[in-house]
Design a binder for this molecule. Structure first.
Ligand SMILES: [Ca+2]
Ligand SMILES: [Ca+2]
Ligand SMILES: [Ca+2]
Ligand SMILES: [Ca+2]
Ligand SMILES: [Zn+2]
Length: 631
């Protein structure tokens, strides 16, 4: 890397601080720290500027970005029509004792009730602001979701029930909050998973220069200018501006390999996570992005092949249950041109082998999204997952016909696959088909798993199944099993509860980043087939770096059982830069993680590190530094 001349002046001051940091940094998401080497530098750094809000009237803002009801999938799996009723809900925020009830909207002395009536409030953001006494250090913020249910004759009685609630404490010096949600917690920062709702939110304070890095942090920790917007400036030239690096705990003044860093192993490098920040990307939590386009109607008895909202919600929920955030653009208001929700020309049968998907992939799927999103086309006939271009498995075609007026078609689908032609049945069936292909794109297929329950066509038909099949693979309750793909009771992958050899825990093989890599794997036979046990510690070559067994051991001793993709464990490999004089801009240490699962051998760059004079690994931690200063 190089530093532009102008910027050198700017980072001069902060280098002092940063140098101190590198030798004292630790891991935040582990509760224990490595032996800390205090350095004189850290002790002689500039005296603290204790002011909190000298440039601006102090105030705190709570943004409620999205509230999603989690219950729909349970209703979809139950006979009846309960799935048709959308929930009605509102929120109550409490900021330092000041309560705001979102449903009561008062205008001209009259109060009317305004409530959400949807499964998912995505793109209906709300913002609550509160004035705070100058120099107050923290604010306590509680958010509660209230659901309104109806009862009695014609539903005339209503009842407001408290569903989910969380409290966090916001720190005006650091801009971080903690409590029921905190930085690098297990389910994501600015995210709360309740029993009934999941909630995305953000908290910040009124900020003079609009980069939302607090004055105190700019002056005392970063050494940036509290009057200059740092949301676009990139002093270390690594492609990611200061504000994002600060938010997610990277050093804004040290070049990071963000093009390759993928700490959550979801296949989105940090540059891509940065690009997707507006759409809920968290670099430490796995995200799956799908763009969905669909074919228009095929004739008077063939309505458009849309993605049902209920189907979408079911899919999102299944992944949410495993701490994977699935985001589906089927018509986002601020997506790029050619984004999701486009109506495609109707083609009755899309052939996988003749590559007919290329016409959609080239002209309806924006290039800027390739490598970040997977692309799903919902059509009339056929279903598969196949590369559209090159050998990247990022494209899926799913088909269904929702017409009730096609009795033969419906009978055929029921006898063969168990598809029930009701509105509810269609929604579950479509979701199951999509989940089936999604699982393939996350490394789960028969070959990778060495497991015969997946895509096995010997099941016979749904109404007349092969008895031998039912007795064996029938134990595998997964949409990957053709016996259950269309079953209106399944809509899930297996959790492996029936044990081997005829069941497997699909979720335990979920490698989200797989769709980026599967074409070019490093062929190294080091797994014992079927057991998932590592036989030979794998090393691979990366340019300018060499595998270091001692440092790898040191790192594993330090990190213990922690995995960036729980509950799946990972193998670690630590690599050291060969020649620091030749490549002074490169990080000295690169740490790679490899999912400890049978379905992949991919190594992914997890983080950079440095070495101190004793050969001990050192990690940059912004939050540790802030913590030291605030104590
Ligand atoms: Ca600034
Ligand atoms: Ca940067
Ligand atoms: Ca990532
Ligand atoms: Ca599109
Ligand atoms: Zn059609």
């Amino acid at each position: 890397m190089y530093v532009k001349r102008k910027q050198k002046i700017m980072i001069g001051v902060s280098l002092l601080v940063i140098t101190g940091l590198l030798v004292s940094g630790t891991y935040v998401y582990l509760e224990y720290y490595m032996t800390k080497k205090e350095t004189p530098l850290q002790q002689t750094s500039v005296p603290l500027d204790e002011q909190i809000s000298p440039l601006e009237n102090q105030g705190v803002v709570l943004e409620i970005l999205r509230i999603r009801d989690r219950d729909l999938i349970n209703k979809l799996l139950k006979p009846g029509k309960s799935w048709e009723n959308k929930p009605t809900f509102y929120f109550i925020s409490n900021m330092d004792g000041l309560e705001y009830v979102s449903k009561d909207v008062t205008q001209h002395g009259r109060t009317t009730e305004v409530m959400f009536n949807t499964w998912d409030t995505i793109f209906q953001e709300n913002k609550i602001m509160k004035d705070v006494p100058e120099e107050q250090e923290t604010s306590v913020i509680t958010l509660t979701i209230m659901e309104q249910t109806k009862s009695g004759l014609l539903g005339r009685k209503t009842q407001n029930i408290e569903r989910d609630s969380f409290t966090v404490t916001y720190d005006f010096r650091t801009g971080r909050w903690s409590g029921k949600d905190s930085f690098k917690d297990k389910d994501g920062y600015g995210y709360y998973l309740g029993d009934t709702f999941e909630i995305w939110f953000n908290i910040y304070q009124i900020d003079y220069d609009g980069d939302f890095i607090p004055y105190w942090t700019e002056v005392n920790v970063l050494g940036t200018d509290p009057t200059v917007d740092d949301s676009k400036l990139d002093p270390d030239g690594d492609g990611i501006p200061t504000a994002w690096e600060w938010r997610w705990g990277y050093d804004p003044f040290t070049w990071d390999d963000h093009n390759n860093l993928d700490p959550d192993l979801d296949g989105l490098n940090n540059i891509e996570e940065y690009k997707m920040a507006k759409w809920f990307a968290d670099p430490f939590i796995q995200n799956i992005y799908y763009e969905v386009d669909y074919m228009g109607k095929g004739g008077p008895f063939d309505p458009a092949h849309i993605l049902f909202e209920e189907t979408k919600q079911g899919l999102i929920e299944r992944f949410a249950q495993h701490n994977i955030k699935l985001l589906i653009d089927d018509g986002w208001p601020d997506g790029p041109a050619n984004g999701g929700g486009q109506v495609l020309p109707h083609i009755a049968k899309i052939s996988q082998d003749s590559g007919m998907m290329l016409q959609f992939y080239d002209h309806y799927f924006p290039d800027e999204r390739k490598g970040i999103f997977r692309y799903l086309v919902i059509g009339h006939g056929g279903g598969f997952q196949h590369p559209s271009k090159n050998n990247v498995y990022d494209t899926t075609q799913i088909a269904y016909v929702s017409a009730r007026i096609k009795p033969l078609h419906n009978i055929f689908n029921f006898v063969l696959g168990g598809a029930i032609p009701t509105a509810r049945g269609k929604r579950v069936q479509l979701g199951s088909l999509i989940l089936h292909e999604m699982a393939h794109s996350c490394s789960i297929d028969a070959d990778n798993c060495h497991f015969g329950g997946i895509d096995n066509i010997s099941m016979g038909t749904y109404l007349f199944p092969n008895k031998q099949y039912v007795a064996t693979w029938g134990q595998y309750h997964s949409v990957l099993n053709y016996l259950y793909t269309n079953n209106p009771k399944t809509f899930d992958l297996s959790d492996g509860q029936n044990g081997p050899p005829y069941d497997q825990n699909d979720w335990g093989y979920m490698f989200v980043g797989y769709f980026q890599y599967n074409a070019n794997l490093i062929e190294e036979p080091y797994y014992s087939a079927g057991t998932g046990e590592t036989l030979v510690k794998s090393e691979f070559r990366i340019t300018d770096y060499t595998y270091d067994a001692n440092l790898t051991k040191q790192y594993i001793d330090y990190i213990g059982d922690y995995s960036p993709m729980e509950p799946i464990k990972v193998n670690w490999s630590v690599y050291r830069l060969n020649d620091k004089t030749k490549n002074p801009e490169y990080p000295e240490i690169k740490i790679f993680a490899q999912p400890k699962i049978i379905t992949t051998r991919q190594w992914v760059l997890n983080q950079n590190a440095a070495l101190d004079i004793n050969g001990t690994l050192q990690f940059y931690s912004f939050d540790k530094l802030m913590k030291d200063k605030t104590q």
